[in-house]
Design a protein. Sequence first.
Length: 376
Amino acid sequence: MKNKRNRYFSRPSFAAIEKQRQVQYVRWFIWTYWLVIGAHFFAQLFSYLFLPYEASANEFYLHILLYPTLLMSGVTACAHFILFKAGRYSFYSIFFAGTIISMIIVHLNMDIRIIAAIMLLPVFASILFFRLNMTWFTAVLQAAGFGALYQWDAGFRSFVTAFDLIAIILFFVLSTVAASYIIISGRDLVFDLEAAMIAQQQLLVENTVMSQRSKTDALTNLYNHMSFHEFYDKAMEFADRGAPFHLALIDIDNFKSINDTFGHRVGDTILANVARVIKDRISPADIASRYGGEEFALLLFEQSFEEAHTLVDGIRSELAKSHHPELDGRAVTVSVGLKSYANPYTKEKLFEDVDALLYQAKRTGKNKIASVALTV
């Protein structure tokens, strides 16, 4: 027996998508650090080889080029390692690494008057993560790094005037406040977008449900009469291109007697039970519909006539063996007409032939299948 398989698709939430993006941002930060380290290495080397440079070869290659490059590479490698081994701390690790790299670059290029401004970049970069605590953490980290340079690097301190010191501190504060406002407004925008997306999803679900209801029979949850003809038209189109199918009509025997004896409510229960057996037996590629009253129509695909015959006979046999408490333990039988599509059948001709086979099965004893190939 072939069971129908249901597949459920879920769209990731806006928050989940944003989290994935933030992980990607961390990767970009790390690769940016590697590019900065490489660019700084070659810029220093170029300056030493082709521009006036007040340093001996030993001092330059060891203390200006090699050791700082190794230190910056080491902290970047640590950030890379933390990303893969302890991702929850990767946000902090990239800003620790960024602070150290900024301090080293400022220390080595202190003669460039505005070089200290490079320490503001991590603060603005933190905006990408839309986390206020991360931005303030980064701002404190950069301020601490700048303070450490000013306190312990006499050479750097000699280049920074009192005006520069006040201006840099003011820039740190204003930049952090500006970044915070950007994050707050960005969060509001994100919340608005997420609310709009949720509303759109709900509307889509409602439309889908309404569309599904318009195509299915409420009692049996099978496709309704109108939907059957839509699928039937498509089946005829594909059959003309070389994809044949089989049409089966199933009718519950003596259904009027069930309604007259036990009532229409029991009749509805029997219809639902028959529909459930049909749904359990057919494959996901097949189409089952309640054609009208106690009659069901099936379009069977991707199988031979013998397989289609076995399938509908399995439905008939299972129903004949099932005893319904609503009917005082009696079984329900069905009669079936079955025929395969063949050129040059029209839609109407095939249906008429199968309908005639169904009534042949009823006239010759019921609880049987009538088909072109054989009669059971």
